[in-house]
Write a protein that binds this ligand. Sequence first.
Ligand code: GCO
Length: 488
Amino acid sequence: MQRRTFLKTALKATAATAAGAGALAVLGRETVQAAPGAAGAVVPSVSFPMDFLWGVSTSSYQIEGAVAEDGRGPSVWDTYSHSFGRIANGDTGDVACDHYHRYAEDVDLMAKAGMKAYRFSIAWPRVMPQGTGAVNAKGLDFYDRLTDTLLAKGIQPWPCLFHWDLPQALQDKGGWTNRDIAGWFTDYALAVTARLGDRARNWAMLNEPSVVAIFGHGTGGHAPGLTGRQNCLKAIHHQNLAQGTALAALRQAGGKNWRLGTVLSLQPSWPVGGLDSNYPASLMWDALWNRSCLDPLFKGRFPEQLEAEFTRIAKPDDLARIKQPVDFLGVNYYSRMHQQPDPQGLFGTGYGSAPEGTRKTGMEWPVEPDGLSEILAELQEKYGNPPVYVTENGADYPDSVGPNGRVEDRDRIAYLRDHLLAAAKSIDEGCNLKGYMAWTLLDNFEWSEGYRRHFGLVQVDRKTLARTPKASYDWYASVIRNNAVPLV
Ligand code: GCO
């Protein structure tokens, strides 16, 4: 099973909703103003707070390549992508975007677009090829060079310590199903921050722990390909525990200026068709996907639906270790999830269709900008309104090439625009949203979908690896320049 892939046959919706429907909702904003458009013409726009942080996100395995270079050890994604039939077209991350060698060119692309922040991930197996013990200096050297290159261009580095590429050596000891990983992860986090923490201030612990657990340990559609409810819940709990343990250790090690946080995938879970009969399935999915990470971190408790099972896995003081203050929360948002009962689903719940008429991306994910506002409102109302950065938001579309040979991705621009307008509305409503990092800079290795999906603002030629900015790149650069999103 592939991640969040919605069965085409289950989808009745075909009609596109009016592009910019989200825009209408914010037309009443006082901050609507005119900003210069590309050709100097004045277009109505929605402006953002002066200190709003604009950036972009990537992840190590998806872009770096150089998997056997400078002492990097194998990760679970190397093993998984090299197993027959796991990835579309048999693709692997062996070369990916060759960012390991071309990082300076990529940082240049960010700088030319005026980006102020770059969230990237550190590959644990580059830094500790065996997962624990000896540090591979050459691996850390790469992130050192990257950090310096970013700072020289005025871009804040936002490293994330784990974006799915677990050292295979740790998987061989049970990986996230082994509670010892809390200590392994903390040692690794201390080693990385000791080297880069004099220059990098903002540190994210994990990326999307519930996704790692559900797809990597529940359904098996992602590395390491484990299955079953018990593996899934253990993987969530041990990621939460590792995150809490590392947060506490880093606070103590304490670079004074550090801001410590984590990144969650948060997608509102709705009952298909709004039906009462689908409601419990949507609540279960919400508990698993969203609240199994949110509630322990912010409230020191497990979500009710899964409390009994988590309590059997946990030790008595685990929740106290997991509930740690965070200086920011990264939110990755793509769409709502529409759930209905599914007796074969791991947790009795399965994907259904979005309401008829909902636009879809190339991957058939519904385009639902309002869902972002829902998540931000939920964080405001129920989780103490922490400082939030959207750390991922973007869309796959089959990029069509225009007459001048460049990708004219109007659909991606519309997606980004509508989500940014939803974000602006949430800021008006008091949400503590501080920044936005688009997913993603480059067309890259999209996990089980390989290279056939394109989320990038920049196209990467798979043969030459040449980078070509798309129309969305120029559009995003003008948004950053004007600190405002045009309504059209
Ligand atoms: C995730 C990851 C990214 C994906 C992106 C598009 O959310 O799954 O953080 O690595 O590539 O979300 O699927």
